[in-house]
Design a protein around this ligand. Structure first.
Ligand SMILES: C[S@@+](CC[C@H](N)C(=O)[O-])C[C@H]1O[C@@H](n2cnc3c(N)ncnc32)[C@H](O)[C@@H]1O
Length: 210
């Protein structure tokens, strides 16, 4: 047993519904997908298996998460999962320059799951700014997690979760879809789909203007 491999319990519950909701956008596609905040790496491995014509580029700013991604790659990775690299979405002008990074021109999507609510708003701003810089016209930014609508929680359990997040870090918290759309439009991205998911989560599909 390799104890570097992290096992995220939520992964086992959400991988099937997330795969199903992203399928219309990724089925039959080829090209590069950059994942931001890959965590354990289990989604990266699963998605790369589901879509073998895509080349998956997992990232995470934390070394134990990158070690986990690497350990899962060593155990189960196919040819289409690249080595993880450090990417801090809050860093001003985060960059894909250099070896071992995808070329922006080849990106068909950026994926970011369960990060926006559990990080400061500067991470969301950096995520959209980077998507605006790197995604070619028509490419996608695919997000998953809990969101508010019209300033209100969509379920009492999300309100409790939000309070818990803010008690752990006042800069964290469940974001409002309207705020997401506003920061998206600052970077030439438009909400193409908003889908309710199990356990009061949502999948968001943003598309870069052509
Ligand atoms: C709740 S975990 C989600 C992991 C994985 N995406 C999943 O759904 O299982 C949040 C992840 O966001 C990452 N993260 C936190 N701050 C970040 C930042 N500034 N830029 C990129 N990722 C960040 C953390 O390292 C962590 O792996």
């Amino acid at each position: 047993m390799n104890n570097l491999r992290l096992d995220a319990p939520a992964f086992h519950r959400n991988v099937a519904p997330i795969t199903a909701v992203f399928a219309p956008w990724l089925d039959g596609r080829s090209g590069d997908v950059l994942e931001i905040g890959s965590g354990s790496g289990q989604h990266a491995l699963a998605f790369a298996r589901t879509w073998p014509a895509l080349r998956w580029w997992p990232t995470d700013p934390q070394a134990p998460q990158r070690a986990s991604i690497d350990a899962w790659r060593a155990l189960e990775g196919g040819a289409n999962v690249e080595a993880p690299f450090a990417l801090d979405a809050a860093a001003e002008e985060w960059s894909l320059d250099g070896p071992g990074r995808p070329r922006g021109d080849d990106l068909i999507a950026i994926v970011c799951l369960n990060v926006v609510h559990i990080s400061p708003w500067s991470v969301t701003e950096g995520l959209f700014a980077g998507a605006g810089r790197y995604l070619p016209g028509g490419a996608l930014l695919l997000l998953y997690g809990p969101y508010k609508r019209y300033g209100r929680h969509t379920a009492p359990s999300n309100a409790r979760f939000d309070a818990d997040l803010r008690s752990r870090n006042p800069d964290w918290g469940i974001r409002d879809l309207g705020d997401m759309e506003r920061v998206a439009s600052d970077h030439a991205l438009e909400l193409a789909r908003f889908e309710a998911m199990p356990a009061n989560n949502f999948a968001l599909v943003f598309r870069k203007a052509c």
